[in-house]
Design a protein around this ligand. Structure first.
Ligand SMILES: *Cc1c(COP(=O)(O)O)cnc(C)c1O
Length: 368
C-alpha cells in the first residue's frame, strides 16, 4: 500500500461537477477580477467565521501584511509572534515594516506560550499575533488579557484553522482581526493562491478593501499607496463550493485524529500532540514527536508512507531574518521540537485501510 501525505485529487473528484459548474459561471459572466463571486464568498466566509466582514486577498501572507497596515503598524513598531510557525507569519510582519519579535512555544500544544509574552513586550510593541498552529486555537483569553493590560492589538493567524473553535467562538472572531490562507493544501483550499482578512471592525474592513485594490476606494481615486492583492474571482467561485462542504471535511479530519489518538496512545517512543478538545481542533496537521524522528520518517518512507516536517527550522534561524540579529537569540522549545516533530498523513479523504496501515507501521516501529 502507498499512502500520500495529502491527495488533493480525491477531494476534487468528489466535488468535480460543482467545481466545473462554478467555473462555467465565471467564464459565462466573464468578470475575472472581483465581482459577484468574490462578494458572495466574502459574505459566506464572514458568516462562517461568525464575524461581520471578510475581505478576500491574494494569499495568506498578504492578509497578514494588509491587516497590520490597515491598523497603521509600520517602521519602528514591534509585533509579537511565536518562534515556531510557518515563515509567512514573520514575512507578513516584516512587509509592514515592523519587527517580528519571537516568543517561545509550549512543548505539547506547539502554540505560543502566553506566560512568556510579557517579557518580550517593549515600548515599541503594538500587537500580538496568535497563530492557531496545526488547527488548534491559541489560549485567546490569556492573550486578550495581556494585550489589554499593555494596550496592544491582538490578531489571529488562522491560516491553518478554518472552522476551529475557542470556547464556542469561531477562529476569525476571536481578536481585532484574523487572517486566513486558501493555499490548496489548507483546510479550505483553492485551486491556486488565495487569502482573506476577517474582522468585525468596519473602519478596518474599508481600509483593507482599498489597500488590496491599488489603494482605491473609488475607481481612479487613490488616497493611499495600495497594492494589487485581490482574491481571484475564479478562486472565490471554487471556494464558495468548497465552503459548503467544509464542516463535513472537518468532521472527517477529527475522526481520523481520534483514530490516531486511540490507536497510538500506548506507544512508548512516540508522543502524541497535546489537544485541548477534539471538537475545537480542525486538524490541519497531526504532528507527533519523538527522539528518532529521522529514523521513523525513513522507516515510513520505506513502507511507502509519505510524511512531512512542519517546520524543520525555527523562525530565528532563517538566513532571511539575519538583519534582526535573531541568530543571537534562543528559543529552546522551538529549537527542540523542530528536531522531534513529524506530521502524519491526515486529510478528509484518507481511507480507513490507509490509517490502519499507518498505525500498524507506527506500532511496528515502536516495538523495535
Ligand atoms: C499557509 C500559512 C500562511 C501563508 O499563507 P499563503 O497563502 O501561503 O501566503 C501564513 N501563516 C501560516 C501559519 C500558514 O500556515
Amino acid at each position: 500500500m502507498q499512502v500520500a501525505f495529502v491527495d488533493l485529487n480525491r477531494q476534487y473528484q468528489s466535488i468535480q461537477s460543482e467545481i466545473k459548474e462554478a467555473m462555467n459561471q465565471v467564464f459565462e459572466s466573464s468578470t475575472f477580477i472581483l465581482g459577484k463571486p468574490v462578494e458572495d464568498f466574502e459574505k459566506s466566509f464572514a458568516e462562517f467565521c461568525e464575524a461581520s466582514y471578510a475581505c478576500g486577498v491574494a494569499n495568506g501572507t498578504d492578509a497578514i501584511h494588509l491587516l497590520l497596515k490597515a491598523y497603521g503598524i509600520s517602521n519602528n513598531d514591534e509585533v509579537i509572534i511565536p518562534a515556531h510557525t510557518f515563515i509567512a507569519t514573520a514575512l507578513g510582519v516584516a512587509y509592514s515594516g515592523a519587527k517580528p519579535v519571537l516568543v517561545d512555544v509550549d512543548a505539547r500544544s506547539f502554540l505560543i506560550d502566553a506566560d512568556k509574552i510579557e517579557a518580550a513586550i517593549t515600548k515599541n510593541t503594538r500587537a500580538i499575533i496568535g497563530v492557531h498552529l496545526y488547527g488548534q486555537t491559541c489560549d485567546m483569553n490569556k492573550l486578550r488579557e495581556i494585550a489589554d493590560r499593555h494596550k496592544l492589538l491582538l490578531f489571529e493567524d488562522a491560516a491553518q484553522a478554518h472552522g476551529a473553535y475557542y470556547q464556542n467562538k469561531k477562529a476569525g472572531s476571536l481578536a481585532d482581526g484574523a487572517t486566513f490562507s486558501f493555499y490548496p493544501g489548507k483546510n479550505l483550499g483553492a485551486y491556486g493562491d488565495g487569502g482573506a482578512i476577517v474582522t468585525s471592525n468596519k473602519d478596518i474592513y474599508d481600509k483593507i478593501k482599498a489597500l488590496r485594490n491599488y489603494g482605491s476606494p473609488i475607481k481612479y481615486e487613490h488616497r493611499i499607496l495600495g497594492y494589487n492583492s485581490r482574491l481571484d474571482t475564479l478562486q472565490a467561485a471554487f471556494l464558495s463550493v468548497k465552503l459548503r462542504h467544509l464542516d463535513k471535511f472537518t468532521l472527517r479530519r477529527q475522526q481520523v485524529a481520534q483514530t490516531y489518538l486511540e490507536r497510538l496512545k500506548e506507544l512508548k517512543s512516540i508522543q502524541l500532540p497535546g489537544i485541548r478538545e477534539i471538537k475545537d481542533h480542525v486538524f490541519h496537521l497531526f504532528v507527533v514527536q519523538l527522539e528518532n524522528r529521522d529514523r521513523l520518517q525513513k522507516f515510513l518512507a520505506e513502507n511507502d508512507i509519505e510524511t512531512a516536517i512542519h517546520y524543520p527550522k525555527p523562525i530565528h534561524q532563517h538566513e532571511a531574518f539575519k538583519y534582526y540579529d535573531f541568530f543571537k537569540e534562543s528559543f529552546p522549545i522551538a529549537e527542540n521540537i523542530c528536531k522531534r516533530i513529524l506530521s502524519l498523513p491526515l486529510f478528509p479523504e484518507i481511507t480507513e485501510d490507509e490509517i490502519d496501515y499507518i498505525c500498524s507501521k507506527l506500532i511496528e516501529f515502536d516495538h523495535h
